[in-house]
Design a protein around this ligand. Structure first.
Ligand code: GLN
Length: 295
């Protein structure tokens, strides 16, 4: 039997195991209301839910109960104050990743950065990092060129359509990390796959693309590749910033130091976890000079 009122529909969804917030967001979606209209929903607690809306709501609730991310079901996700269209071709943008965007924006304002810096987002997925940076540059009246790379043509389709919707100018390249990227950048930011391939957490992420999540036995295969390739694409004094797992900060700092990065450091996410590590690339010149013996 279908629930009669909005309140009963929410209660029925909770009985299926949904969180109240998710149930409310799905009901708003079915009713063509914006996600911020939860107060409206409460004020309409006793409104009758039409039969077809009730059926659609129930099928969305069943998808959510089966573990599909809410963002895929409603087709969008907020990140850095922007709305991104997402579907199963891309990872859902996480609030943790705002740390990486904030760090990048901070570096772009630091003394020594050119007026028109070149920024690269490696493994862009939905385009969240690249487009958040491009948007912030535009809003603050700054210039700069943002390039976004992904190995997946599917994900580039999603990222390109987000760029179009947000009317942001980003250069997209299909490439496995830096293989097909030419030129030099002032900041390279990346949220690569970093979960160990046998990590039980992957089970809970089964709806998202595995290629965007898992990265070898210790989760660091892609981070190692990026740290090795990045110096070939960084201006002297440019920065490589990497997001990583909650327990990988020390390992990532070590491998950045091993590749010759300086000022290697980590940043915490909103939960206080060291979530990103990065370093400055001094440039080949400096390395060669450093390696010469005195006299
Ligand atoms: N932070 C994501 C998670 O643990 C993983 C993202 C990634 O591997 N880049 O759910």
């Amino acid at each position: 039997m279908n629930p009669a009122t909005f309140a009963q529909a929410i209660a029925a969804a909770q009985a299926l195991g949904l969180e109240r917030l998710d149930a409310q967001l799905l009901l708003l979606h079915v009713l063509d209301q914006p996600a911020h209209a939860r107060a409206w929903l409460l004020a309409h607690d006793t409104d009758a839910l039409a039969e077809d809306a009730a059926q659609r709501f129930q099928s969305l609730c069943l998808r959510r109960a089966a573990g599909e991310p809410l963002a895929y079901i409603v087709g969008s996700k907020e990140f850095f104050g922007l709305t991104f269209r997402v579907d199963a071709r891309v990872l859902v943008p996480r609030p943790d990743t705002e740390t990486l965007v904030n760090w990048t924006l901070e570096l772009l304002q630091a003394p020594g950065m050119p007026a028109q810096p070149d920024i690269l987002d490696l493994g862009t997925g939905s385009g969240a990092i690249a487009l958040a940076i491009a948007h912030s540059l535009r809003e603050t009246g700054h210039q700069g060129h943002v390039t976004a790379v992904d190995v997946s043509a599917d994900s580039l389709d999603v990222a390109r359509s987000n760029a179009t919707r947000l009317t942001l100018d980003v250069n997209f390249i299909e490439s496995h990390w830096l293989e097909k990227v030419s030129g030099y950048f002032h900041v390279i930011a990346s949220n690569p796959p970093y979960i160990a391939s046998a990590d039980p957490h992957l089970e809970a992420l089964a709806h998202e693309p595995l290629g965007a999540l898992a990265s070898g036995p210790d989760g660091l295969d892609d981070i190692r590749q990026i740290a090795r390739q990045a110096p070939g694409s960084l201006h002297p004094g440019g920065w490589l910033l990497l997001e990583h797992g909650y327990d990988q900060a020390e390992a990532v700092r070590k491998l950045l130091l091993r590749e010759g990065f300086l000022q290697v450091q980590s940043r915490r996410d909103l939960a206080g976890i060291e979530r990103c590590s990065g370093g400055l690339w001094p440039g080949e010149q400096r390395i060669r000079t450093g390696n010469q013996t005195a006299g």
